[in-house]
Design a protein around this ligand. Sequence first.
Ligand code: PHE
Length: 350
Amino acid sequence: MADKTTEVRLNFMAALENVQTMDELEKIRVEYIGKKGYVTELLKEMKNLSNEEKKTFGQAVNVLKNEVNDKIAEKREELKQKEIELENSRMPEFDISTPANLERGSYHPITLVQRQCEEIFRSMGFAVEDYSEIVTDYECFEALNIPKDHPARDMQDTYYLDNGQLLKSHTSAAQNAIYKKYKDALVNEGKPIKAIFPGRCFRNEATDACHENTFFQMEGVMVDKDISISNLIFFMKTMLSEVFQKDIKVRLRPGFFPFVEPGFELDISCLICGGEGCPSCKHSGWLELCPCGMIHPEVLKAGGIDPDEYTGFAFGLGLTRLAMMKYGVKDIRDLNSGSLKTLSQFTDDK
Ligand code: PHE
């Protein structure tokens, strides 16, 4: 019987010698000390032995088993070490004492324009609100007087989720929530609602130099007793003159949006020619910048505000558009490009 243990031992040692990987090692472990392994099988042969033989043979098998266990553990360590060495040999060599050549990061031009607008509106008493990018159909359309199947939805085709929610196609989607949030202070304490809410918007658009499927707007609303179009013009003119650091002339043209009545397109005097007429403004002297209008009574009602008592204005400033004008960016796609060479040019101290 002693021969058998010796034979198994020799076979095991020979097999172990050839092991190169963890997988192979595991295979050998199972082959020898697994449930049906050679060593385990040896023990089963004990039943045919005399008591005396059982004792010596049992001991010998146990010694073998421990030996196999130890050798496997040893080999495992050896393989691990080899793996680490291999890994290290693949690592590029670097000198940790080399001075870093890191360039400073920069703000995205849209972030710069957004922050500047926020600051200006904050100084005029507006709250700055954040709103989610995923909204309901009600928030984006129905609460804004755009019922299902209304043709105005065509202009704002967006991306829909399986659960019926959608990526907001304009920042107006936050209007309803803003009215509901501030209406009690308006009615009970006479505090006007004054809020801006910048945000990322999405539309199902074919992209070109002037169109992107992802862009930024900044919505603003003001609601109180006796708010009129003059208030709207005043705030827009003040804000734009601050942004461009010069006196900006504005004009209103009629524009249609179901959530404002009357609705306008606000134009500013061309920044390039100062209103004389040039290729940038198609020789009209004006640039279209910001749709706006007086909030539709149905929209106020949906927000829990009585339109017979209160009026308000809303505007939807194209932040992406504004950044392009301010920094002379010709292709809107540059703004989403992630190209640091392009985007890092605009950083100022803000
Ligand atoms: N939400 C409109 C759009 O994106 C813009 C808008 C906002 C118009 C507020 C009027 C008032 O097209």
